[in-house]
Each structure stands twice: as structure tokens, then as C-alpha cells.
Design a protein around this ligand. Structure first.
Ligand SMILES: NC(=O)c1ccc[n+]([C@@H]2O[C@H](COP(=O)([O-])OP(=O)(O)OC[C@H]3O[C@@H](n4cnc5c(N)ncnc54)[C@H](OP(=O)(O)O)[C@@H]3O)[C@@H](O)[C@H]2O)c1
Length: 273
């Protein structure tokens, strides 16, 4: 049987790196992409991982990375749109450039990658896109996250909408919706929107900051459960369109589906009174 190949964005850290290593250990070829390959020291140890430079917001780099990965491996079977960043803080305080960057990385990035892979997937008769969303893509969970929510809700809409045009081409779509996980460093990819001259949001900022800093590690999920959810889709063990991973997201979705939206919003808001 031919070796399968997975192409992953944002493999310099966190979930992307763990996913690259997991698939390398499963015996897949891995096209691991990142903005700064020159800094990478861990993934270089695996013979079946090849690293390609890729900032998902840069269409020229998307073209080069995808062309080079296809030239290296011949065929790509699964693409994981994992690269992401989070902009938190009140919308009023956000820089114009931060608002654009949130959309550019989390929404335009996957669009760039998907559009570049479609001719290849049509040529080889199919493929799979696994888009890394969040439970923040299906519900709101915390104040001051509107821009991040916007980006992941958009990724969810994009993925669901694409289903109808890609089904006939044997191109599959999946969404993974997780929350924070143990030892994850997404906080390094977060921009906080602040403005010292506007105090109206200070109280909420303090409460949200306290909640984020004080979440005990044992209440966070094992990141391997997220990697396993990705692997279950890529290997065909599961064919679930949406996989919600982790207790926090499941609890929020159970609440959201059991009460009117007004009650849901007030319940979340009441945690920050
Ligand atoms: N951790 C959480 O709490 C959480 C919860 C739900 C969903 N998620 C989602 O899970 C995914 C992975 O995040 P993570 O938890 O593993 O956090 P992470 O360790 O911060 O990983 C984010 C990755 O995205 C990369 N990235 C950022 N901007 C990029 C760009 N323009 N082009 C290419 N790569 C870029 C980062 O690379 P650099 O090193 O170059 O910055 C890094 O490799 C993201 O889509 C995130 O939204 C995370």
C-alpha cells in the first residue's frame, strides 16, 4: 500500500507539532509547514517529515509550499488547516491591523490553502480538509473574545458551505472543535487589545484575565485527545463532520442546546458580574 501523506499548517508549536509527530510515528509522510523553518529542531529528527516555509496569509508562499510538497510526495491525501491566532479584548480597543490579521490568519489562511489544493485533489480523485476550529467556533464562551469567535464561526460556515460543492468531487471536510489543553501555548499566539485611555472594559478585562490565569491544569484536556480526533478522521476510523473534543466545550454546547439563547448569554455573562 502506498504511504499516505498529510500536509499541516502551523507546525512550529502546540497542536500542529504534536499532530506532525503523531502522523510521522504512524508511518505517514508529513509535509510540516511553518513560518520559521530555520528555528525548527524537533521535527527535523524524523525522516518522513519534510518541512516547508509557509505563512498562510502569504499567497505566494502558499503556492510554493503546496507545489513543493506535491513535488516531494507526489500526492497529498489530507490537509490540516491548523495555523491560528487569537485576538482578545474589547472590539472598541482593537487596532484596525489586528482585526484584519485575525481574519487573515484564521479565515483567509485556510481559504488560501484550500483553493491551492483543490486542483490537486480534483486531479488525484479526492482528498480531505480537516479544519481546526474551536468550541469558540460553535458557541461563545467568554467575554472579550468576539474577534476570535468571529474568525472560528466564519471557518465553520466556510467548511459547512463547501460541503455541497466538494462532495461530488470526493473531497471530504471535517471540523475539530476543542478548547484549551494541558501545556498548550496558544497564549503565545494571542494579541490583547488594550487602550490605556479607555477604562470602560477594565473590570471585565481583569475578570477574564483572572479566569484564564486561574484555570487549573487538571481541568484542561490532554492535547493527545485532540490529535487522536484528527487521526480518527484522517485514517477513516470515523467520518464525523464535526468533532467536539473536551469536557468544557461539551458542557457549553449541552447548555446552549437546552435553554433559549437569551438565557445562555445571561448565564455566561453572570460568571463575570
Ligand atoms: N490552545 C487553545 O486554547 C485552542 C483552543 C481551541 C482552538 N485552538 C486552535 O488550535 C489551533 C492550533 O493552536 P495551538 O493551540 O496549537 O496554539 P499555538 O501553539 O500558538 O499554535 C499556533 C500555530 O499557528 C502558527 N501561526 C500563527 N500565525 C500563522 C501564520 N500567519 N501562518 C502560518 N502559521 C501561523 C504558529 O506559528 P508561529 O510559531 O510562527 O507563530 C503556531 O505554529 C489554532 O487554529 C487555534 O485557533 C486553540
Amino acid at each position: 500500500m502506498n504511504k499516505k501523506t498529510i500536509f499541516i499548517t502551523g507546525t512550529s508549536s502546540g497542536l500542529g507539532k504534536l499532530t506532525a509527530i503523531h502522523f510521522a510515528k504512524l508511518g505517514w509522510n508529513v509535509a510540516a509547514t511553518m513560518r520559521t523553518p530555520e528555528k525548527e529542531t524537533e521535527l527535523t529528527a524524523y525522516d518522513n517529515i519534510k518541512i516547508f516555509k509557509l505563512d498562510v496569509t502569504n499567497v505566494d508562499q502558499v503556492n510554493s509550499a503546496v507545489n513543493d510538497a506535491i513535488a516531494t510526495f507526489g500526492k497529498i491525501d489530507v490537509v490540516v488547516n491548523n495555523a491560528g491566532m487569537g485576538s482578545y479584548g474589547a472590539l472598541e480597543l482593537a487596532e484596525e491591523s489586528t482585526i484584519d490579521w485575525q481574519f487573515a490568519v484564521n479565515v483567509r489562511g485556510p481559504i488560501n490553502v484550500i483553493r491551492k489544493f483543490l486542483p490537486h485533489f480534483r486531479e488525484v480523485g479526492g482528498g480531505m480538509f480537516i479544519n481546526i476550529s474551536s468550541f469558540m467556533g460553535v458557541t461563545t464562551a467568554v467575554p472579550l473574545g468576539s474577534l476570535y469567535n468571529m474568525s472560528k464561526f466564519a471557518l465553520e460556515g466556510l467548511t459547512e458551505g463547501l460541503y455541497y460543492e466538494l462532495k461530488q468531487l470526493n473531497i471530504e471536510l471535517r471540523l475539530i472543535e476543542q478548547g484549551g489543553s494541558k501545556g498548550n501555548n496558544f497564549v503565545h499566539s494571542v494579541i490583547w487589545n488594550k487602550n490605556e485611555n479607555i477604562k470602560a472594559y477594565n473590570d471585565l478585562e481583569n475578570k477574564v484575565g483572572h479566569m484564564m490565569a486561574s484555570t487549573p491544569e487538571d481541568q484542561l484536556d490532554d492535547p493527545q485527545t485532540i490529535v487522536d480526533a484528527i487521526a480518527a478522521q484522517a485514517t477513516g476510523e470515523s467520518n464525523q463532520f464535526r468533532t467536539l473534543v473536551g469536557e468544557a466545550g461539551k458542557g457549553l454546547m449541552a447548555l446552549r442546546s437546552s435553554v433559549p439563547i437569551e438565557q445562555y448569554l445571561e448565564t455566561i455573562a453572570s460568571n463575570y458580574k
